[in-house]
Design a protein. Structure first.
Length: 235
């Protein structure tokens, strides 16, 4: 059995074998990125867990807009190598249109790109940054939070580790649920089930974490309606 965390690993596993069972754990809809044909009947040798993150960029940009309502320009960081990047940018454009703000796209394909991106944002007219769903970014949550703090860029990302490391906000699926269900699915396979018998599990638990200390250091105050929605408040 192959357990593949993230889109690149899942796609690589799919191209490597059509017989060995593959359990994936990914953020986007696996049907949308061409990994499988159907969530209920994934077929052949693949099944797994998805966060079904459609619309997450829209929500994060809306939260940034609520935190910085006068911001004329917000930015979205994407990895152009992610097959879901185009959908993320379309969602962001629609949200920007609805709220009457401009959206700027910044791109990174490697950790070495981050420093230059944040330095450029700090010297630009961008007021806040949403970080798109991507395994590269998730693996560097603490570094992204540190760079956002150093360059004084209000930012929001998917994983709780981002806010706990000093990011202003994080909004996304509870990672522990994804990892737990990946283990459950793997156990079923090891006990004789086949991937074709197991529908893709859709993780649904959402965490919204705000960091009051970071916001204060940036001269920002969370509106009461935003704090009321938080599942965790870091003081």
């Amino acid at each position: 059995m192959i357990v593949a965390f993230g889109v690149p690993a899942a796609l690589a596993a799919k191209s490597a074998t059509t017989t060995t069972p593959i359990i994936f754990a990914i953020t986007p809809n696996p049907v949308r990125i061409g990994l499988i044909a159907n969530l209920n009947r994934p077929g052949r040798n693949m099944t797994g867990v998805t966060n079904m993150a459609e619309g997450r960029e829209q929500t994060r940009l809306e939260m940034l807009h609520e935190l910085i309502p006068t911001a004329p320009v917000l930015a979205l960081l994407v990895n152009p190598q992610n097959p879901d990047a185009e959908a993320q940018m379309r969602d962001a454009l629609e949200t920007a249109r609805v709220h009457g703000v401009q959206i700027q796209f910044v791109r990174a394909t490697a950790i070495k790109d981050f420093e230059a991106i944040f330095a450029a944002l700090a010297g630009s007219h961008v007021s806040g940054l949403a970080i798109g769903d991507d395994e590269l970014f998730l693996s560097a949550s603490a570094q992204l939070a540190s760079l956002a703090a150093v360059h004084r860029v209000p930012a929001i990302f998917q994983g709780a580790p981002f806010a706990r490391a000093g990011g202003v906000m994080s909004y996304g699926n509870r990672l522990a649920e994804t990892y737990h269900q990946t283990g459950v699915c793997s156990g079923l396979i090891l006990h004789g089930a086949t991937p074709a018998q197991l529908p893709v599990y859709q993780a649904t638990k959402i965490e919204f974490i705000v960091n009051l200390g970071t916001a204060k250091s940036l001269g920002l105050t969370f509106p009461p309606n935003v704090l009321d929605r938080a599942t965790e408040v870091i003081k």
